[in-house]
Write a protein of this length. Sequence first.
Lengths: 747, 59
Amino acid sequence: MSTLAAAAGVVDDPVELARFTRIDGARGLAESSLQLSGLHCAACAGQIEAALAAVDGVLDAEVSYAASRVRVRWQPQRTRASTLVAAIHRAGYGAVPDTAAQARAMRAAEQRQLLWRLFVAVFCAMQVMMLATPVYVADAGSLAPDLEQLLQRSAWMLTLPVLLFSAAPFFVSAWSSLRQRRLGMDVPVALGVAVAFVASSGAAFDPGGVFGREVYFDSLTMFVSFLLAGRWLELRARHAATDAIERLGFAAPRQAWRIVDAHGRIEAVSVERLVAGDRVRVPLGEAFPGDGVLEDGSTQADESLLTGESTPVPKSVGDSVVAGSMNLGAPVIARIERTGADTRFEQIAALMREALTCRPETTRLADRIAGPFLAAVLLLALGAALVWWTIDPSRAIWVAVSVLIVTCPCALSLAAPSALLAATAALARRGVLLRRVDALETLARVDHVMLDKTGTLTQPRPQWRATHALDACDEAGRRQRTLDAAALACWSTHPLARALVEAVPEAAAQAARWHEVHEVRGHGLEALDAAGQRWRLGSSRWLGLAPGDAHAEAALAFGPVGQPLLAIEFDESLRDDALASVVALRAQGIALTVLSGDEATRVSRLAARLGIDHAVAGAAPERKLDALRRLQSDGHVVAMVGDGVNDAPVLAQADVSFALVHGAQIARAAADAVLLSARLQDIAHALHVARRTVRVIRQNLVWAALYNAACVPLALAGLLPPWAAGLGMAASSVFVVGNAMRLARIA
Amino acid sequence: MDILYLLIPLSSVLVLGIVGVFAWALHRGQFDDIEREGERILDETQVASVSTPEQSRNV
């Protein structure tokens, strides 16, 4: 225990604490995220919550059974993190801070421990079955009574490891729930196992006594084996989903190579010690330690963890790189601009943690009805035993045991959470991050999607539209000037300049015509032509166009200083997949609306290009909100996709909302889901996954209900032996989890 | 068939013994990385640490 105590002490160390706890000093609040182990059923979540709530200084605790995590809000001046961990240990569960490898190692240990329990149970069950066979196959009277007794006692001995070791988790969990005056899902199971064992032991050692002559060691060991097999499969599925979601959190590097002086000498430092402005060397195959800009070299970066985009992104000097993306091309030097919690990576990881600890509404409902349901099960079993006692006392005990085992609502409690978790993991792999798991259920009912125009349907990158001559010059002259302007634009990396060069690619060969080029920040380019005249390419204001002049609203103007000759206009370009995703959404029967603050002609032109019938133009945030409320009051379930600050209220009002990851932070905070990939097609995909998820949940609930409805009467009628009850229960849980896992495979 | 009275208890005890030995092996970590033992012959960095003094002399 001393290592446990030492480990618990480390938890209170401020540096360690910061890795799994958010501390709000102003309000005296801390919020910690812990990884749990030892959870068997949804009811365990309630027990841990109760145990934590009993600690002085804990405000509230929220356990997610599906992800085996707990989020605790507590007051640092009244308690400590180690006290929380100790409270969870006392309740009979394990807890470690929710950071990297430690939690993963704990999951592996938990899985291995369960597998070992399963092995012992199956191995002993086979031997017990062998010892039980002679009694079944022998003709009446051909088996000597003392030999039969010897076989029974041998079977008893081989049942002991199953009872004491393999079935121990059921007893521990049943006991801890009873101690808290609650009925956990393991109470009927533990009771069934205990009753069967006591009755069989009585029969084996005192034949013809109160417990009769029947022994159930074979049923008992088989039942425990089936149950553990079901648990093991369920645990594996749960861990696989947790791993998929968590892979994000483990990609962050812990060490960086900082360049200390002008000679390029480097030192290894912890990423915690990096500050903005540091220059770091990023070797091939390592992850970028912070958000920053590439300073030297060119490479490809794998940003798939952050965007779900699997092709490496080429990066050259001046391009921005994000923390956690892998350097795949060549060693490079980067200047760090943001570190630690400010990086986009950390913000996404924080969203992830939030999603993992959020418990869906359906699960909370299941927890609430579990108590009364289990009480009814116990009463039913007791009633069955009493009734059968009057009919046939020798069968009373195993009927009661069958009823206890067969009614365990494990499948019912797994129906929704397993499906939601699998779908969340599948979407996370695609780059769609759900902040609320509940959003999936609403998303499945969505019949109207509102799309923001700027930045959502269109790219932030502009596209050249037209050039207008500002003096009376002919078409050929205008074309020549456009070429000149584009040749000058080659000297700049500004998005407008790049767009112009893209529109007139032949200009690149003539860039050398300009000399003494320099860029005036915020205005444009200035250069001398072959004749020595000074020209400008830049904002129309800088060129001397006053508001009110023709084409004064054009983005760029070009001409000799003080004498603008050419106005250049730009347009927004559609995202590559905008049309495809609109088609995909309409194919799913979704109505679409474009929302924009832009002028009406532009918006309706864009809507017509995409084939969207509804467009709301010139909309301030309030008008956008009105349009949304009108749709909602007509009974539509509306999803909103946006990215800007002005979208935040609309995102919050919509039934389900998506924010693009490049968008404003406030938009991301208001949204239910974040599109890491910036692929609009993922919205159609998310809708598809949500509908499948709801279908799977419904199938699971129907299956679990049918199973209980069919098996309980059979057990009451005495037609279902305990081993068959155990097999049925384990099979129904496995069916439910397996059905949910189909969602993880949607590509 | 009197021998059954010896063999049945014996086999039961043997089963428990086998489970115990397997538990010991498992928890000592003997099955932690089954692949590695087979691949160790291909691992150059391991050579120095596993070769005994007289092997080094023979080389």
